[in-house]
Design a protein around this ligand. Structure first.
Ligand code: ADP
Length: 750
């Protein structure tokens, strides 16, 4: 075949390779941004250059001289270098190159093109003819190389400097790839300069391929490891081939037919031996390689087993975090590491924030908590993707471009290399953040796989620990609540006691002087009566009545204090309600006559007796009748009825109803009136007489009545339709008292 045609085919293939790269970069332009656009431009440039070179080699461009052919390739390479220079800034994460660089490159290329194309120098040439063409060609060559060297030198410098400074192993790896692209490009241009255009173009295509790979793939294979791997594989292959050839030759060199082997049989034999040994050999070298490159110190299976055993029984999150981190540190060799528990909280409807709370850490510094907001791409990733992430990916992957500055700063303060999420039932509950390795190596895919497995193992333990902790908190809360309650009830009891004590003391202290006052007032009444000074008699009687009324009030207060402090002494005996009522009628006859009221009773005769304290029961009924008298206007009727009411209480009961034709009670207050010191209406409007219409009282009567009835195992309530001083709807007080036999025991116990 015509060698020119072969050249043309090589250029065409190289152009095709660039076209494929251009297409790939074009497809990824949204993810990789400006760098991808530069890649597309560079690849298209190379497509055009290679197309021209191919066409020229095939003889389709008769106008293109051999010199121009070489120069064309160089122009393209220099322009391409300019684009690589731009991309270098993206890869080293520096701001784009300054405009001066573009001017230098553009102006230089233009000038050289002008000189090269004869346009500038056509008239001058004549004088210095034949040597001129040579000088001109040399000038262009040197100029192009110098331009190229300036741009390439700057790029290589940037790349190497960033490589030395960056702490992130993954970024270093990427820069290693980038350096490889540059190395290929440098050699390619060197070949172009010395006129080896084909080799130069082929290498340039290789450089372009490596550059595109570096820019477009966030997860690159480990450069060091790739180099070692190929070295080791080459070594093993060379050893194997050497052994094969050596053994084979040795077998052949033995005295003919000594082993009785034909050469073919010998070859098969040697091959068989090698086939059997090559696999173990490769495996051993692979392990050796791993240890050398990855600095790996652990056996994954053993580690997983040990890890599971160590954490399975831990029920406190902080201890779990510490043990987990320490195991990982010992296995992988870590500088830093932190363990976060994650709470998904819905603050506003529909917006879920992730709260990260550090429960363990290998070093003391770094933030102890953080929040990933609802719209955080990181939180979104971990809620939906269930995968570990490296800090490097977070930095370069366009999916995380929308991350807020606050989150970036937070991650920066953490200073970690990888983040491994922990899930329970597909719910994100924890995060392992692990820092750089002591060996300064990157985290390899198998490291991430192992860490994910460990995270899965941690999930169950973490969930259990959190459940137990929640329970503990709940328990502690309950305890505090309980003791607060205890405190409060103790204080209430104390208060109640103080109040009862107060009433007790005051009542006794008042009762004694009152009795003296009352006694003297009576003596005085008699004495003055004898002496016949009528107006003085009235005065002294007033004193006596006042003292008597005061005494009753004190009696009531005492009764109330006894009921409150459960110190009411009841002496049980059979009591006939009929007798109680008779006594009341007799007691109230003057008051009734005075107020022109009628007191009728019915149904009480023949009722069985109840077990009770006759004095206490009398007091209770007395309060009800006093009220009926007080709240019924002159001319009204009070009725006391009794009946056997077996349905009212278990064991049977008697029912006594005191009803009147008085002013009635607002149904809203029917229960309230039984409270201590409760009075409806204005106390100041009450008239002072005990049995006067609407006569006042301290508001204790009904409370005492209820206290006594309840102490007997009974109950009392009021009924009325409304309060109306004109229409007088009347009120009914219904008392139910048990007649069962066993309540007598309860009474004496009290
Ligand atoms: P007081 O010492 O004020 O009479 P009570 O405890 O005996 O205290 O009664 C509380 C309130 O219940 C009274 O102030 C009165 O308003 C109302 N009340 C009690 N009995 C009757 C009744 N038979 N008719 C209308 N109101 C009544």
């Amino acid at each position: 075949m015509d060698p020119q045609l072969i050249l043309a085919i090589i250029y065409a293939l190289s152009g095709l390779a660039h076209a494929v790269l251009a297409w790939w970069a074009f497809n990824r332009r949204t993810q990789a941004g400006a760098a991808a656009r530069s890649l597309v431009a560079g690849a298209l440039l190379n497509v055009v250059a290679n197309g021209l070179l191919a066409a020229n080699s095939a003889g389709w461009l008769p106008g293109l001289s051999a010199g121009l052919h070489v120069h064309l390739a160089l122009y393209a390479a220099v322009a391409y270098t300019g684009l690589l220079f731009v991309i270098t800034h993206a890869v080293t994460r520096r701001p784009g190159p300054q405009a001066a660089w573009f001017w230098l490159l553009g102006a230089g290329l233009l000038l050289l093109a002008l000189v090269d194309s004869d346009l500038l120098t056509r008239d001058v040439i004549v004088v210095i003819q034949p040597g001129y063409a040579l000088i001109r060609a040399g000038f262009v060559l040197v100029g192009l190389t110098a331009l190229w060297a300036a741009v390439a030198g700057r790029s290589v410098y940037l790349t190497l400097r960033t490589y030395r400074r960056t702490p992130q192993p993954l970024h270093r790896n990427r820069l290693a790839f980038w350096s490889l692209a540059w190395a290929l490009a440098v050699v390619a241009v060197a070949l172009l300069v010395v006129g080896l255009t084909v080799g130069g173009q082929a290498l340039l295509a290789g450089a372009s391929a490596v550059a595109t790979l570096t820019v477009l793939r966030p997860r690159l294979p480990d450069a060091r490891r790739a180099v070692f791997q190929s070295l080791v594989t080459g070594l093993v292959l060379a050893l194997t081939a050497g052994a094969y050839v050596g053994l084979f030759l040795w077998l052949l060199g033995l005295e003919p037919n000594r082993l009785g082997l034909a050469p073919v049989a010998a070859a098969v034999l040697v091959a068989a031996v090698l086939v059997l040994t090559i696999n173990p050999l490769l495996r051993v070298s692979e392990r050796w390689l791993r240890q050398l490159v990855a600095g790996r110190r652990y056996d994954p299976r053993q580690l997983i087993g040990e890890y599971g055993l160590s954490i399975s029984n831990i029920l406190e999150t902080d201890r779990l975090a510490r043990v987990a981190l320490e195991l990982m540190r010992d296995a992988i060799g870590l500088k830093r590491g932190a363990f976060f528990v994650v709470d998904q909280l819905e603050i506003t409807a529909g917006a879920q924030h992730a709260y990260l709370n550090r429960v363990g850490s290998l070093v003391e510094d770094g933030p102890t908590a953080g929040t990933l907001l609802e719209d955080s791409p990181l939180a979104h990733f971990w809620r939906t993707e269930f995968e570990p992430l490296t800090q490097y990916e977070i930095d370069v992957d366009p999916r995380f471009a929308a991350q807020s500055t606050a989150e970036r700063v937070w991650l920066g303060q953490l200073g970690m290399d990888v983040y491994v999420p922990i899930y329970a039932n597909r719910e994100w509950i924890g995060l392992l953040a692990l820092g750089p390795k002591l060996s300064r190596h990157r985290y390899f895919d198998e490291d991430l796989e192992l860490l994910s497995t460990l995270a899965d193992q941690t999930a169950v333990a973490l969930r259990n620990a959190r459940l137990v902790e929640d329970l503990r908190h709940l328990n502690a809360d309950l305890k505090t609540a309980n003791s607060a309650l205890d405190d409060a009830s103790r204080r209430l009891a104390q208060l109640d006691r103080t109040k009862s004590d107060f009433i007790n003391v005051v009542s006794h202290e008042l009762r004694t002087p009152l009795a003296i006052l009352y006694g003297y007032a009576q003596i005085l009444t008699e004495e003055i009566g004898k002496a016949g000074q009528a107006e003085h008699v009235q005065i002294v009687e007033g004193i006596a009545t006042g003292a008597k009324r005061l005494n009753e009030v004190i009696e009531n207060m005492l009764d109330m204090a006894r009921i409150d402090s459960r110190a009411l002494q009841l002496h049980a005996q059979p009591v006939y309600l009929e007798h109680v009522v008779q006594k009341l009628v007799w007691q109230f006859q003057w008051a009734l006559a005075d107020r022109q009221l009628r007191l009728a009773s019915a149904g009480l005769e023949g009722l069985p007796p109840i077990q009770g304290d006759p004095d206490a029961l009398y007091k209770a009924m007395h309060h009800l009748v006093v009220n009926a008298v007080k709240y019924t206007p002159n001319g009204g009727t009070i009725t006391i009825t009794g009946r056997h009411a077996p349905e009212a209480l278990v064991g049977g009961a008697l029912e006594v109803i005191v009803s009147d034709t008085g002013i009635g009670i607002d149904p809203r207050f029917l229960e309230l009136i039984f409270d201590k010191f409760y009075q409806t209406g204005e106390a100041a409007q009450h008239s002072s007489g005990k049995t006067k219409f609407k006569g006042g009282g301290p508001g204790l009567g009904l409370a005492i009545a209820r206290g006594i009835v309840e102490a007997h195992g009974g109950r009392v309530h009021a009924e009325s339709t409304r309060h109306d001083e004109q229409m007088l709807p009347g009120s009914r007080f219904i008392v139910v008292l048990p007649i069962s036999k066993d309540y007598s025991r309860r009474l004496t116990e009290n």
